[in-house]
Design a protein around this ligand. Structure first.
Ligand code: HEC
Length: 180
């Protein structure tokens, strides 16, 4: 029993030291980059406004809206190969179906548990959390991987400063998993 407790305490201590912090980048520089590069284009859902579609700022960078749920694949037609949902947060193409991730620091549905290192690795290697499955199109990580460490860390710092939005984005569906 005591051994078990000691083990749990030791594990918690280790987790405590690697738990996500705001990192070492400049949140101000990160804000500038996020706005200039257009993370918002895909990670903030569009809603219909008086002048047409506009980003829904109450869901800023919180990804594909949970309420819309998972969508059906769109088969290619003629020269058209891929499709995007009206929100510009869900995409169907030869890769399968991808949903823009929740980039707010919510613990369960966003980047809450991501460390700075995971974030930099994900954008450099195109792998989920920097280590697992491949990140699908149209997430432009092949362009973003050319940013300096300092810039990627600054984007991370800015994202950590956002208001956490609870929004559970559906899991991506790779083409191999789609049965029509
Ligand atoms: C053209 C649309 C688009 C733009 C622009 C875009 N993203 Fe993404 N992003 C996506 C999609 C779609 C996914 C989900 C891909 C998947 O699930 O495989 C994603 C996923 C992610 C993920 C999660 C990766 C993971 O490991 O789960 C992060 C982090 C991310 N984007 C950060 C950013 C940042 C930061 C920017 C701006 C510098 C940005 N994205 C701009 C479409 C985009």
């Amino acid at each position: 029993m005591f051994k078990k407790l000691a083990f749990i305490a030791a594990t918690l201590a280790v987790l405590g030291t690697i738990a996500a912090t705001n990192g070492t980048g400049s949140a101000a520089r990160g804000k500038y980059l996020v706005n200039a590069v257009g993370c918002n284009d895909c990670h903030t859902p569009l809603k219909m406004g008086p002048k047409g579609p506009e980003p829904d700022m109450s869901r800023f960078l919180s990804g594909h809206p949970e309420q819309m749920g998972a969508l059906k694949a769109v088969p290619p037609r003629g020269p058209w190969l891929w499709a995007g949902a009206a929100t510009n947060t869900a995409f169907s193409g030869p890769w399968g179906i991808s949903y823009a991730a929740n980039l707010t620091p919510d613990q369960n549905t966003g980047l809450g548990i991501w460390t700075e290192d995971m974030f930099v690795k994900a954008l450099r290697t195109g792998r989920h959390m920097g280590v697992s499955r491949e990140i699908m199109p149209p997430m432009p990580w092949t362009a973003f991987r050319n940013m300096s460490d300092e810039d990627l860390k600054s984007i991370y710092a800015y994202l950590r400063s956002l208001k956490p939005v609870v929004n559970h984005v559906p899991d991506a569906q790779p083409a191999s998993a789609i049965v029509e």
